[in-house]
Design a protein around this ligand. Structure first.
Ligand SMILES: [Zn+2]
Length: 174
């Protein structure tokens, strides 16, 4: 996949890379990148555990980084790529940044902003959902499964078949 075939997918894959970094740090795996004029100006992942800050969502950290990078508080010409539908807090923050476009991956029926509506966004902000949603969902599912059974705390490699767990290996060899 080259950048020129499908730029949105390319940037969403970068966001998924951030989500994987969160997974590896035992954070809920959500990643975000902000792109301006074809350049990635911010990338971040959920950091609520490490920072001990319930507001340290990927989007919040990315908005702050992007504004710092641009030296401006409005992100009118930018696109936010985020692996999970933003929550109400992050959508509210997106409204304050006036970000031009939001592209998200998986839907979040419980905590996502769409349940409430789009009034909190800037009227000119365009929204698209569902890009590479399956990959984002798989990552989130693996994370919550690993929390329920710590022995299975591993991330299935997208590129190949999952390795058997230790227990499975033992069962196979006996
Ligand atoms: Zn959020």
């Amino acid at each position: 996949m080259s950048l020129f075939d499908n730029p949105d997918e390319h940037y969403m894959r970068l966001a998924l890379g951030e989500a994987r970094a969160a997974f590896d740090e035992e954070e809920i795996p959500v990643g975000a990148v902000i792109v301006c004029d074809g350049q990635v100006i911010a990338r971040a992942h959920n950091n609520t555990e490490r920072l001990n800050d319930p507001t340290a969502h990927a989007e919040m950290l990315a908005f702050t980084a992007a504004a710092n990078r641009l030296g401006a508080k409005y992100l009118t010409d930018c696109t936010l790529f985020v692996t999970l539908e933003p929550c109400v807090m992050c959508a509210g923050a997106a409204g304050w940044t006036q970000v031009g476009r939001i592209v998200y991956g998986a839907c979040d029926p419980k905590r996502g902003f769409e349940r409430v509506g789009r009034a909190m966004l800037h009227p000119k902000t365009r929204v698209e959902g569902g890009l590479l949603a399956a990959e984002s969902e798989a990552l989130l599912k693996a994370f919550f499964q690993s929390r329920r059974s710590p022995g299975a705390a591993r991330l299935a490699d997208n590129e190949g078949p999952a390795q058997p767990t230790q227990q499975e290996t033992i069962q196979q060899t006996t």
